[in-house]
Design a protein around this ligand. Structure first.
Ligand SMILES: C[S@@+](CC[C@H](N)C(=O)[O-])C[C@H]1O[C@@H](n2cnc3c(N)ncnc32)[C@H](O)[C@@H]1O
Length: 255
């Protein structure tokens, strides 16, 4: 990766495909978040809010949620998806590493494994500190992460048909695999085909760092969080089991 290449950019084609692949209300995490957030008193911040896939159902459930994301393209889709349902949520273009709000949140949530997109341990520790500083005393942090086995995943080529009939494709190649840093970089090639011709291509560098379960618990504690807990596959109170596809961490800022 050269210094001019921004990883995890989520540019135009990538954002369009994200929205096609995971439309508003898709995936299994919505009841989990609605349940965990419903009794909180105060605003909620979704980090890396993307297309609003999760945020919009939370708004529909009456929760006071806003979000930030570094991708202008994801935020544009989020705004349009929200407007189509009568919402105009507060959205900010910002990186995990730079958020600066003048108010404290009752909860910060990081769904859909977005935290792994901070591909450096020390930077991730800094982001957790920033989250802590933006939480009210006793505020809740929820972070979902894939298990370590995500490091071994080999992505298969995939394809989608857009509403206008364009064929969109994704081909992912592993470019860097560093088990010591627990970091991988994939070269994700996105293509748009129309009438049998390639009309648009984008290369996305997808850089991520996987975490061990105990490692992340200890890192949350090192970042000043308390009441650190983890459950598996969005089942609150159910300990993680081998084979779970998602680890759901929760922690609180000291009251
Ligand atoms: C897997 S998507 C999750 C979107 C949404 N939270 C959801 O649950 O569907 C990851 C999101 O992280 C955003 N992202 C990646 N790196 C980021 C960074 N450094 N700061 C802020 N957002 C980032 C991407 O633009 C993308 O929208």
């Amino acid at each position: 990766m050269t210094t001019t290449e921004i990883p995890n950019r989520y540019g135009r084609l990538c954002a369009e495909i994200y929205d096609l692949d995971k439309p508003t209300g898709s995936l299994f995490d919505i009841p989990y978040y609605q349940g965990r957030l419903k009794d909180l008193d105060g605003p909620i911040l979704e980090a890396a809010v993307g297309t609003g896939r999760l945020m919009i159902p939370l708004l529909e459930a009456g929760l006071d949620v806003e979000g930030f994301d570094h991708s202008a393209e994801m935020l544009a889709i989020c705004r349009a998806n929200a407007a189509a349902r009568g919402f105009e949520p507060r959205l900010t273009q910002a990186r995990f590493q730079d958020i600066a709000y003048d108010r404290a949140f009752a909860a910060i949530i990081v769904p859909a494994s977005s935290f792994v997109l901070i591909d450096d341990h020390d930077e991730a520790l800094g982001v957790l500190g920033r989250f802590r500083d933006h939480l009210a005393p006793g505020g809740l942090l929820l972070v979902d992460m894939p298990p370590m086995s995500f490091f071994e995943v080999v992505a298969k080529p995939r394809g989608w048909i857009a509403a206008n009939g364009d064929r969109l494709t994704l081909d992912s190649q592993m470019a860097v695999s560093d088990p010591i840093a627990q970091r991988r970089v994939n070269h994700d090639r996105y293509d748009r085909w129309r009438d049998g011709k390639l009309v648009e291509s984008e290369l996305e560098l997808f850089a991520y760092r996987v975490w061990g379960l105990k490692e992340f618990e200890l890192t949350l504690a090192a970042a000043g969080f308390t009441d650190v807990e983890v459950c598996g596959n969005y089942r609150v109170g159910r300990p993680v089991r081998t084979g779970d596809g998602m680890l759901n961490f929760s922690a609180r800022k000291r009251g």
